[in-house]
Design a protein around this ligand. Structure first.
Ligand SMILES: [Zn+2]
Length: 147
């Protein structure tokens, strides 16, 4: 089995230009924070639209299958959808938490060891709250506990 980071619904929304750090610019300057606020904001919007869309779709379709077999497979499909939506809702919560961190100027540093998480890692995973080392360590521990 591949040991990649768990498959999550973690696709960051929209196109954004990778942040260009000006010479002498300090880490998590106001401009940098604005950059991430924007990324997180549009990501959240996209997730919310997705949740909305599915809910409408499910309401529209729910009444359309008189055959019990069809209904069963539809229910299965719905429950998969609901689980996906549940993940998205959790992600939205995490995005909100992250936006708050930015506001409090506490964003961008590893929660565990305090080093800078780094612009590039944050652009790939704007909700990351651990540096890559601590994240790797946490995943190893998680795997051990899981067994
Ligand atoms: Zn760390």
């Amino acid at each position: 089995m591949p040991t990649q980071e768990k498959q999550q619904n973690n696709q960051v929304a929209g196109d954004f230009k990778p942040y260009e750090i000006s010479k002498g610019e300090e880490y998590m300057s106001e401009k940098m924070r604005a950059h991430f606020t924007k990324i997180l904001g549009s990501w959240k919007l996209q997730l919310m639209q997705e949740v909305d869309r599915t809910m409408h779709h499910m309401k529209d379709e729910a009444a359309n299958f008189p055959d019990p077999a069809d209904r069963a497979s539809q229910e299965e499909e719905f429950s998969l959808e609901l689980r996906a939506r549940d993940r998205e809702r959790k992600l939205i919560k995490k995005i909100d938490k992250t936006l708050q961190l930015i506001e409090d100027e506490e964003y961008g540093w590893c929660e565990s060891c305090g080093v800078e998480i780094g612009i590039r890692r944050l652009e790939a995973r704007p909700t990351a709250d651990l540096c890559i080392d601590c994240k790797t360590l946490a995943e190893i521990k998680e795997k051990q506990v899981g067994k």
